[in-house]
Design a protein around this ligand. Sequence first.
Ligand code: SF4
Length: 372
Amino acid sequence: MKYVDEYRDPQLIRNVVREIERQIDPDRHYRIMEVCGGHTHAIYRHGLKDLLPDNIELIHGPGCPVCVLPMGRVDDGLSIVEHPGTILTAFGDMMRVPGTRGTPLEFKARGSDVRMVYSPLDALRIAQNEPDRHVCFFAIGFETTAPSTALTLLRAKELGITNFSVFCNHVTIVPAMRAILDSPDMRLDAFIGPGHVSTVTGCRPYEFVSRDYGKPIVISGFEPLDMLESIARILVQLREGRAEVENQYRRIVPWDGNIPALRAMAQTFELRPYFEWRGLGFISQSALKLSDAFAAWDAERIFDVPGVRVTDPKAAQCGEILKGVLKPPQCKLFGKECNPEHPIGALMVSSEGACAAYYRYARIDEPAAATA
Ligand code: SF4
């Protein structure tokens, strides 16, 4: 299959592994964060960790949108469907994310009208087909999914559909990366940059990583060869004392991003002054809300959501995993009380969650801690 087979070619992979071995300093320990949850899954699904020298430590970043959503926001979203005549729609991976009173799927089982959709446009179509009901879309995701919400809002406005709203939880990746770089807990050498988000943002937003923090960042694809080549490029930069933004995923990621998508986002959203991230706390200007021009479609202005902060269950260590301070098996609940059948944290639910990746693919023999 084109764009897959050539990126899984065993001989090419062996060549890149040899290049990694050539570039590495055996006396140095390397801490490299893969920002995107899709990369975490690729690493374990393809057994890439086993191909790397032991002194390369891969640290999982916060790039899983349902994982970083705090429990209080799940509760807020679910409070909307308790309003009579309301339908709540959400992506599939959101359906099993627990709030304090259950998951969207459990609300559905108890009789609430919660429906899974594949895109916000599906939710808009439900609103068109059921004009006597109000349809709310529970929007989550980074810049990858925000454009589809933006285009749906523009469409709703154009068609004059007023029984539709968006509960907006879109977040932006750059402030989270800055928060991690500023964290005293975290010492990183470099980043494997997010491939999906960058198809929209392009590469320029990451220039601060090299300019302000002196760290290399290589935007990477998701196939084995992509990821190994990105690691090799990082090692070359570190060996040469360089810190630059490189784009390994050129076949998908334009340097300047997707201009029409960015324009649609600028038309519909504005930055929130601050937003709470699970594990990372409140980060200023790190999330989007609907602009005043779209107030009529803003679920937070239409419904009275509780807006209560909720802490994770005490034994759950989702926050430490999201910050890269611990690895999933170090959470006491991992594989016991918390498993894919009965997830306690969103990291065990999402196809991009680090705990789900470990549970599914990894051998549980990771080093004790990610950072000093
Ligand atoms: S095992 Fe479960 S509770 Fe523990 S960090 Fe992972 S998702 Fe959170």
